[in-house]
Design a protein around this ligand. Structure first.
Ligand SMILES: [Zn+2]
Length: 289
């Protein structure tokens, strides 16, 4: 930490350059997480269901598939990638967005996630400066990016990310990193219960399920990081974002699509994490002159 502070004071440009490269590399890893997590979970659930229905069921031995195996390959031609095909952003630009072997185009999504990760990481460093809050903030930011894209793709927020995120928030705030321990616990409980109540109310009146349990767990995690005072802002921001983008999507698709709320919660949570207090001060200053 000391060396980060020294680097920041002697050469801020180098400091931000290192942070930007860290964000890019992490973005590259996030692409793997986003692509593979739903596949890994679906494979596990299928096995569990089959085992439940047939206790003698033996899963066929198959190739190991997790976050690190198999090595990066082209999803179209399955060709293994060389290290220089795997440099975040630059490889995509140099290869002109095409696979080096089969020349099929590589989705714009991959460099986009890397770019988003880079920008968000640099913004966290800019807002918090070289500190423990910044390092923990990187963890929160990267997890939120992964959750945003996973929920966008598959309409679920995996417990294996939301629950550790909540635990990390409670743990960090046991040393009052962002808010007091009491505030973190209340944030966790109120975060979960507020959306749970909305969910039960919606279900009672319309007979439909408006959102999933993953949404409550994500808001609970955000509450654990920031305390209950930010929850109102997060709900307000995420529902406005959701409404605006929902209307735009409805205009494009002309019919209602399955709608993931997680990405809006994650974006709103990230904004509240960085500028929540400023927004609240501005709002209260404006409302109560
Ligand atoms: Zn290929």
């Amino acid at each position: 930490m000391q060396s980060l502070v020294i680097l920041f004071t002697t050469s801020p440009t180098l400091f931000y350059l290192i942070i930007a490269i860290l964000g890019l590399c992490m973005g590259s890893f996030l692409n793997v997480v986003i692509y593979r997590t739903p596949l890994i979970l679906k494979q596990r659930w299928t096995h569990e269901c089959k085992q439940y229905l047939d206790p003698n069921f033996q899963p066929e031995p198959q190739q190991k598939f997790n976050l690190s195996l198999p090595a990066s390959h082209c999803p179209q031609c399955q060709h293994k990638l060389k290290w220089y095909h795997n440099i975040p952003l630059f490889s995509w630009l140099i290869l002109n967005g095409r696979c080096a072997y089969c020349k099929q185009s590589i989705a714009l999504r991959y460099p986009l996630v890397e770019l988003i990760s880079m920008c968000c990481t640099v913004i966290v460093a800019y807002v918090y400066g070289p500190s423990l809050e910044m390092l923990a903030g990187f963890g929160l930011t990267w997890t939120l990016i992964a959750l945003t894209f996973i929920d966008f793709d598959s309409q679920f927020l995996p417990d294996s990310y939301t629950i550790p995120l909540a635990m990390a928030g409670l743990l960090l705030n046991s040393w009052s990193l962002y808010t007091s321990p009491q505030q973190a616990i209340w944030g966790y409980l109120i975060g979960f219960l507020s959306l749970w109540l909305v969910y039960q109310g919606f279900k009672y009146f319309t007979g439909k399920e408006g959102m999933g349990y993953g949404d409550f767990k994500l808001l609970a995690a955000l509450g654990a990081w920031m305390g209950p005072s930010m929850l109102a802002l997060i709900i307000l921001l995420s529902s406005s974002l959701g409404a605006i983008i929902g209307i735009i999507l409805l205009k494009i698709h002309k019919e209602s699509q399955p709608f993931a709320f997680g990405p809006y919660l994650a974006i709103a949570g990230w904004i509240a994490f960085l500028w929540g207090e400023k927004i609240m001060d501005y709002y209260w200053g404006y409302a109560l002159p």
